[in-house]
Design a protein around this ligand. Structure first.
Ligand SMILES: Cc1cc2nc3c(=O)[nH]c(=O)nc-3n(C[C@H](O)[C@H](O)[C@H](O)COP(=O)(O)OP(=O)(O)OC[C@H]3O[C@@H](n4cnc5c(N)ncnc54)[C@H](O)[C@@H]3O)c2cc1C
Length: 328
């Protein structure tokens, strides 16, 4: 970028998603993406004790810790309050990256309503093109790639998990750490968190962020044990079609698709999944699609990278056993 373009693009801020003090993997991806843009990168951490060296290794030049006064800092309204305080303090921010998770998209939308920023969600990449921040995303079940240029002064781009690979670099300079305090808005103060109950933890990664997702459809005929076994061998998450969740074979939180969770794993494995358009809409951004289906004319084979025509009762145990053998 020329000096003039650099000035027009402004600085890049990254909202760092974290849980119990640990940076979420998607935040490291966002920082890596931001570093690649070649501009000043500011990491925004709501709370204190940010792991500044880890954030710097992934691209942060400066780390901003923000305490929210008067409300629970984990509420999305509080996160927006924090951003509204810290972005003007950084100054000249042209692009804010947030994760395209449920919470990230809510933060993006609330911030846009308050500030008039332009928002693009589910982006696979972002670049400064023809004097505007432009986000790229695939739409209509992956049938179209679009470029969405933001015309306002601030672009808020929610980036899909795994759009880039997080890469730490050795020898990053120690970032400056700046502390801020944000005043909670009426929206944040209106909510009191009375209790928190941690869901029973699973060894598996969260569905929306997983690098590998194994999905069971109607073809599993009610038995998800083989789907879970393959997911565990691959270190992945378990997903399902709406048919499988409607049948009560697995919880609704596992539903992948237009009305379920949107995923963008490196590897998607569909077992007894037909590949209906409503399902495809939530997984079309998967990098590699593998399908096992007994019907050679199943629509999923039209967009799968690798297809196995066969009965799950035979293919799945053989596949799992072979992968287990190869992984030692
Ligand atoms: C408004 C709306 C929103 C929707 N949202 C979603 C959504 O978010 N997510 C979603 O998934 N769906 C959604 N649906 C439903 C969607 O349209 C499909 O009905 C659904 O995805 C089909 O699920 P399935 O592939 O499991 O079942 P089916 O379409 O019935 O396919 C089952 C497949 O399993 C194969 N099979 C059967 N037995 C075996 C075997 N033994 N071995 C190997 N293969 C076998 C069959 O050949 C078939 O291809 C939505 C529908 C509507 C109308």
């Amino acid at each position: 970028m020329s000096e003039q373009e650099n000035r027009a693009a402004g600085r890049v801020a990254v909202l760092v998603d974290h849980l119990d003090g640990a940076v979420r993997p998607t935040a490291l991806e966002l920082l890596t993406l931001a570093r690649g843009l070649g501009l000043e990168v500011h990491a925004v951490w709501v709370g204190y004790s940010a792991p500044s060296a880890e954030l710097a290794a992934h691209g942060a030049d400066a780390v901003h810790e923000v305490a929210v006064d008067g409300a629970d800092a984990q509420l999305t309204a509080s996160v927006v309050d924090a951003l509204q305080t810290v972005l003007p303090a950084i100054g000249d921010v042209g692009l804010l990256l947030v994760p395209s998770t449920f919470e990230g998209r809510e933060v993006a939308a609330r911030l846009a309503v308050r500030t008039g920023a332009g928002v693009v969600t589910g982006a696979s990449g972002v670049a400064f093109e023809d004097g505007r921040w432009t986000a790229h995303k695939s739409v209509l079940a992956g049938a179209w790639d679009t470029a969405c240029a933001v015309t306002g002064p601030l672009a808020v781009v929610a980036v899909a998990p795994h759009a880039v690979q997080a890469v730490a670099q050795d020898g990053a300079a120690e970032p400056s750490v700046v502390r801020h305090t944000a005043e909670a808005s009426a929206a944040a103060r209106a909510v009191t968190v009375v209790s928190r109950t941690r869901r029973p933890t699973s060894e598996r990664p969260p569905l929306a962020e997983a690098e590998v997702v194994v999905v069971g459809g109607r073809g599993v005929e009610g038995d998800f044990s083989g789907v879970e076994e393959l997911a565990d061998v691959l270190g992945g998450a378990v997903g399902a079609t709406r048919v499988a969740t409607d049948e009560g074979w697995i919880g609704h939180e596992a539903q992948v698709g237009q009305t379920g969770v949107t995923i963008s794993p490196r590897l998607y494995v569909g077992l007894g999944v037909s590949g209906a358009v409503h399902h495809k809409g939530g997984m079309a951004a998967s990098a590699t699609v593998v399908a096992v289906n007994s019907d050679p004319d199943a629509p999923i084979f039209e967009f799968a990278d690798y297809g196995i025509v066969g009965d799950l009762t035979e293919v799945l145990p053989a596949l799992t056993a072979e992968l287990r053998r190869r992984r030692g």
